[in-house]
Write a protein that binds this ligand. Structure first.
Ligand code: MSP
Length: 517
């Protein structure tokens, strides 16, 4: 049994509305998943929802709803968002599902039995909004706390803690010895900087039910529920457990042997997350895994944050980008293209409507759309839509881009891969100008030159469909259909020059990206 490439996103808070940041992360993950599949690797792509905790409880109360009913309603909104983005995920986890809750409780029992927890009285500050305990170090020079924490209260509370304090050094050594564990480099340095300069405090993993009851019951003590982050991180292994992953099941302890379908998933190949939650993924999570006796994920891949017009995205100030509205107006692939082309994984990005429009018109409509449309229209006009004999004038340029794109996709360098692919679009558009097929068509003596130009153009379009499949699956499929080719261009191995054969009859051209002013 071979292990699929296991890729996860952060699970989104169910009570938030799907916005640009969520859409970006999901699309980047989807592009990585499709690219790997196209390259011949089996992939398991997981996304889902984080449904417990104070914020969800409060939002449910404010809406006058029972928390589970409230989550069920919102889960539908998120599921339709996933459908709208045409994500190719293999599972969708909700942390209120029994399959997840059972695994969390089994792990808590194991960790307790192995002496990883202890009880302690906490006396200090607490941010309800962030569900975080705060210390003197979190105060600003004027004594106040960052407004992001919301109301900060004084709290005296008995809780359970997970020991972290003696775990710092091995993790530093591990991250130093494994440069690819946290990527990109800048994020890795931030994690190392934190681990080297801050003291890791033990993690409070419970909340008393008297204060919060919307969580997974803490199996060791019924007076508590499990801290939402301890619960949420475990989705990355509760889903493998549900699919019968033997390594994970072994870490959970004795299991009923009812599972006959086994999928080897753990360790994850990539946890894709935003920069705000890298401490949870690159510090707490590895320590939790080590305590469970499970190997660490191969990579935590950290992306940056989007702003709009240079300001923080915020519902309260109205500075938002509604992905659904953009998709309804411009099409899914225009949205997918812009976010991946605009923002490299790791850096922060800035959405501007003018920037979006600019890329749409120049790169999608005038670049790719125009190339396909004129190539196919000329083939129909001058050769009745029948592909002429093969010719390889553009083959060296195309093969170079194919190889470059392959290497970049293998390294998850998505933005650079799009830049490389568009160099082929530009080369082919330039070739139209150089060969001027409309002039060749007027001179019967130049028929073979016209054949040559037309073949090179349609063959480049075919290769572009294959290269674009991970990024713009809908557009890639349309290109294939217009070329009169069956199936989807979902195998990178089809990006070999010469796939179109003489005599093949193409389909009907139609604009991919209608120009908009
Ligand atoms: N529920 C936690 C994650 C638990 S993972 C075990 C959470 N949820 S979230 O809904 O707030 O964020 C989900 C993802 O969206 C995070 O990776 C976060 O970084 C990302 N983004 C949220 N806002 C963003 C932007 N403005 N820009 C880019 N990504 C952003 O955190």
């Amino acid at each position: 049994m071979s292990k699929p490439f296991y890729l996860t996103t952060a699970i989104n808070y169910v009570n938030g509305e799907p916005h640009l940041g969520h859409a970006y992360e999901e699309i980047v993950a989807d592009v990585i998943a499709r690219a790997r599949r196209s390259l011949g690797t089996e992939v398991f792509f997981l996304t889902g929802l984080d449904e417990h905790g104070q914020k969800v409880q409060q939002a449910a109360i404010a809406a006058g709803k029972d928390p589970q009913a409230y989550c069920d309603e919102l889960a539908e909104v998120w599921k339709s968002f996933v459908a709208k983005l045409e994500l190719s995920n293999d599972d969708f986890v909700r942390t209120t599902e029994p399959r997840h809750k059972e695994v969390v409780q089994a792990i808590l029992n194991r960790l307790q039995a192995n002496g990883h927890f202890y009880q302690k009285l906490y006396e200090g500050f607490y941010s309800t909004k962030e569900e975080t305990f705060l210390t003197e170090r979190d105060r600003r020079p004027d004594g106040s706390f960052d407004p992001a924490y919301g109301e900060v209260i004084q709290l005296k509370e008995q809780n359970y803690y997970f020991k972290l304090s003696d775990q710092q050094q091995w993790l530093i050594d591990y991250i130093e010895a494994n440069p690819s564990f946290v990527q990109p480099e800048q994020r890795r340095n931030e994690v190392l900087g934190f681990l080297k300069h801050d003291v890791l405090e033990d993690l409070c993993i419970t909340r008393p039910v008297t204060r919060l009851n919307w969580g997974i019951a803490f199996p060791i003590d019924t007076a508590y529920v499990t801290y939402v982050w301890f619960d949420a991180l475990l989705n990355y292994i509760s889903v493998p457990a549900a699919h019968g992953d033997p390594a994970v099941l072994q870490a959970l302890g004795p299991q009923p042997s009812t599972l006959n379908h086994q999928l080897l998933l753990w360790p994850a190949d990539i946890h894709l997350i935003g920069k705000d939650i890298q401490k949870f993924h690159a510090v707490f999570w590895p320590i939790m895994l080590k305590a469970m006796g499970l190997p660490l994920p191969r990579q935590v891949l950290v992306h940056g944050w989007w702003q709009k017009d240079g300001e923080k995205i915020s519902k309260s100030t109205g500075n938002i980008v509604d992905p659904i509205a953009v998709i309804n107006e411009w099409g899914l692939d225009a949205f997918r293209y812009y976010v991946v082309r605009e923002l490299d994984i790791g850096a922060d990005g800035n959405w501007t409507d003018a920037g979006f429009r600019g890329r749409y018109n120049s790169e999608l409509a005038d670049g790719l759309g125009n190339l396909l449309n004129r190539s196919l229209s000329m083939l129909r006009r001058y050769r009745n839509g029948i592909v002429p004999p093969p010719s390889a004038v553009l083959a060296p340029d195309a093969q170079r881009v194919v190889e470059e794109a392959r290497g970049l996709l293998e390294q998850n360098k998505l933005q650079a891969a799009l830049v490389a692919i568009w160099s082929l679009v530009a080369r082919a558009n330039q070739y139209v100008e150089q060969t001027a097929p409309f002039k060749l068509a007027k001179d019967p003596a130049k028929a073979s030159q016209l054949d040559e130009a037309l073949y090179n153009l349609v063959e480049v379009c075919r290769l572009l469909a294959v290269l674009l499949w991970p990024f713009l699956p809908g557009t890639a499929s349309k290109i294939y259909a217009q070329l009169g080719l069956p199936g989807a261009p979902d195998k990178f191995s089809a990006a070999q020059w010469g796939g179109l054969t003489a005599g093949h009859s193409i389909g009907t051209p139609a604009p991919l990206f209608p120009k908009k002013e």
